[in-house]
Design a binder for this molecule. Structure first.
Ligand code: WT7
Length: 664
């Protein structure tokens, strides 16, 4: 962003949705005094929730941070306390009134369903924990997990937590290269994988890819534990290499179903998870045990209004932080019933999620805007053929949700009954940071609304001044910062403390800088604008790519849009849009002109795209984020940068060829 001009606020959204009286009556968290309580003494607020967990030894100090500290990057939480995350997610439920409650409903893509009670889960987790011990895993060791999203994936994570080993889950869509890099960087001793997983009717050859990764050479890896999932459907890997590899069913099944939980210091590390940096190699983000568990436990309970009889379905794979915080640790620390699904949302048909919601009577659905936009593109016939009346709350995470998608989610999936929580957070923050509270907040489509109770945010200008303190009314925009400590913040980048300081703490000293832009409207609502790298500077005005995308998608012929700033001699940057049309819509000069006019009418003439390019597909990462950096390469006629994190690298190559054809 330029100079100290606050980010301009262009897109207007006037619709507002208040929680229903029925929803409020049922909720434990319907009283706005929750905000005042947390704000007046955040440490006391977190302490109250920490005390709802089971500690092996009580903590003596909530947080070590003092206002005189240079920043809170080294704040320690629940000091002196000893705790085990697995105990809190499994044992305390298995030993109490939730022993026979379903913990996990796991549906494979081919359709089989496995249900585990908390008691069953404890047995499975203990067996895997004992197997890991037999393989030589001790407290503090790293275990890499490269598995399909079947019940054994959360079981493996919890087994690591039980014995104090750090897990390092690598998403099953990543390549041998990425897996190799993550095994080496984490110095993992054991890799847990499967012979394969089912995805879109095909087999993902996980063991074959694992072998390629191992063959690249690792200095730390001693054993590979292999779950049999696809069997003869992947004939190349039905035989194991007896020196390195061992079948799960040979090693795990015969283990004892008792295994003690390792008492961990609150600050001991629970896990690491790699997240792609905008440049350079991925960062191994590490999380603590006590603080992380308190953060995910508290936010799950309050943001999702979690109740004893809920059936909770988060569609994220455990390869992402959302799967860690909001499939495993947060919900299970609360003793919830969680649904996990292995495969694609359009297999065997485009109604798969809706069929699952109907079958398992899901009450809470947490998914991503990219998925919602696919559902919109596929059409309402798919959800409309299923009974979605069990749903009572919807969530969104991963990127800004454009108002059009929000309204569709509200009307078609929530049938206008379900509150929507648009939750802003990051791998690094561990837990939800900016979000509505479903029984308290009046929501506006596209706004993540307000900081979670106890979270303090600032809006900074270029010089780092917190303009949210100076301007009380009116609209403002700038860099988002978190100004006070909270328990689930990452404890750093594995093996690289310098990089941690440099990336998050150096630009605005004293504050945590997540890298996102934000605007605040005159009613105090926050609108997250995505990464500041994605904000354009057009003729001296800061315009967020997200706002132009939202305006485009608002047009009835547009299914999806990606907007970038393209270098321009005249304007600094000019706006280029890549647009996917809804099925059945024909492209043509008239439509392109209409789209430009539509954006100008929605936002203002300065946001009118200079170029609109109609395409069938957009380059996305495996977690569904559009890679605008590559679209800039295409538009500016450069060789494509690093494409290894793309879900399908072929898409951007063909896009480049078509673009050059048109330009040429
Ligand atoms: C980045 C973090 C958080 C788990 C999944 C992604 C963007 C995330 C929102 C939201 C606007 C959002 C931000 C953030 N983001 N949620 N509700 N509204 N932007 O985790 O891969 O660490 O990505 O995703 O830019 O910094 P991640």
């Amino acid at each position: 962003m330029s100079d100290s001009t606050p980010l301009e606020t262009l897109l207007k959204e006037d619709r507002s949705f208040t929680p229903s009286a029925a929803f409020q009556q049922r909720s434990k968290y319907a009283n706005p005094s929750l905000y005042q309580e947390a704000q007046s003494d955040p440490f006391a607020f977190w302490e109250k929730f920490a005390n709802q967990l089971d500690w092996m030894e009580p903590f003596s100090e909530v947080c070590t941070w003092k206002p005189s500290d240079p920043d809170f990057s080294e704040a320690k939480w629940f000091v002196g306390g000893k705790i085990n995350a697995c105990y809190n997610c499994v044992d305390r439920h298995a030993a109490g009134s939730r022993a026979d409650k379903i913990a996990i409903i796991a549906e494979g893509e081919p359709g089989e369903v496995v249900k585990l009670t908390y008691q069953d889960l404890k047995v499975e987790v203990c067996k895997v924990a004992n197997a890991l011990k037999e393989l030589g895993i001790k407290k503090g060791d790293r275990v890499c997990i490269y598995m399909p999203m079947v019940a054994e994936l959360p079981i493996a994570m919890l087994a690591c937590a039980r014995i104090g080993a750090m897990h390092n889950v690598v998403f099953g869509g990543f390549s041998a290269n990425s897996l190799h890099e993550r095994i080496c960087d984490s110095q993992a001793k054991v890799l847990i994988t499967a012979d394969g997983g089912f995805r879109r009717g095909n087999v993902v050859p996980l063991l074959k890819i694992s072998r390629e990764a191992v063959e690249m050479g690792t200095s730390s890896l001693e054993k590979v534990l292999v779950l049999e999932r696809v069997g003869s459907k992947m004939p190349e890997t039905t035989q194991l290499d007896s020196k390195l590899e061992v079948w799960w069913h040979d090693l795990v099944t015969s283990q004892s179903s008792e295994c003690p939980c390792e008492p961990m210091e609150s600050e001991d590390l629970l896990y690491m998870l790699y997240t792609s940096g905008s440049t350079g190699k991925p960062k191994g983000i590490v999380h603590s045990t006590g603080g992380y568990l308190v953060g995910t436990y508290t936010t799950t309970q309050i943001v999702f209004d979690l109740q004893e009889d809920d059936i909770y379905f988060c569609t994220a794979d455990c390869g992402w932080v959302t799967g860690h915080s909001y499939t495993v640790y947060g919900p299970m620390a609360n003793g919830a019933t969680v649904v996990v699904y292995e495969g694609a949302p359009d297999t065997p048909d485009k109604d798969r999620f809706w069929r699952m919601i109907e079958k398992h009577k899901v009450t809470i659905l947490y998914t991503a805007p990219t998925a919602i936009r696919s559902f919109m593109k596929w059409g309402t016939e798919y959800p409309n053929r299923c009974d979605l009346s069990s749903l009572r709350l919807l969530g969104s995470v991963g990127e800004p949700i454009n108002p059009e998608a929000w309204i569709w989610y509200h009307e078609v999936i929530g049938t206008e009954r379900c509150p929507i929580v648009d939750t802003w957070w990051q791998t690094e923050t561990g837990a939800i940071m900016v979000t509505p509270l479903p029984a308290i907040t009046a929501t506006k489509p596209g706004s993540a609304t307000h900081p979670f109770p106890g979270i303090q945010v600032g809006i900074l200008d270029e010089a780092g001044h917190d303009i949210s303190q100076e301007h009380s009314g009116g609209e403002i925009g700038g860099y988002l910062a978190i100004t006070k400590p909270w328990p689930s913040l990452t404890r750093g980048i594995y093996g690289d403390p310098e990089r941690f300081k440099q990336v998050y703490w150096s630009r605005f000293p004293g504050k945590y800088f997540p890298g996102d832009g934000v605007k605040r409207d005159e009613e105090g609502y926050l609108w997250l604008l995505g990464r500041v790298d994605d904000i354009m500077l057009v003729a001296g005005h800061n315009i967020s790519t997200m706002e132009v995308e939202s305006a485009l998608v608002d047009h009835h012929s547009v299914a999806e849009a990606a907007v970038i700033g393209k270098k321009s001699d005249i304007k600094g940057q000019s706006i280029a849009a890549f647009v996917i049309l809804k099925s059945g819509i024909e492209s043509g000069p008239q439509l392109i002109a209409d789209l430009k006019t539509h954006v100008a009418a929605k936002i203002g003439a300065l946001a009118r795209p200079d170029d609109i390019f109609i395409t069938a597909e957009l380059p996305k990462t495996r977690s569904g984020k559009i890679m605008r950096r590559l679209l800039r390469d295409v538009a500016e006629g450069r060789a494509l940068g690093d494409t290894t994190t793309l879900a399908d690298p072929a898409i951007v190559n063909s896009l480049k060829a078509q673009y050059e054809d048109k330009e040429g």
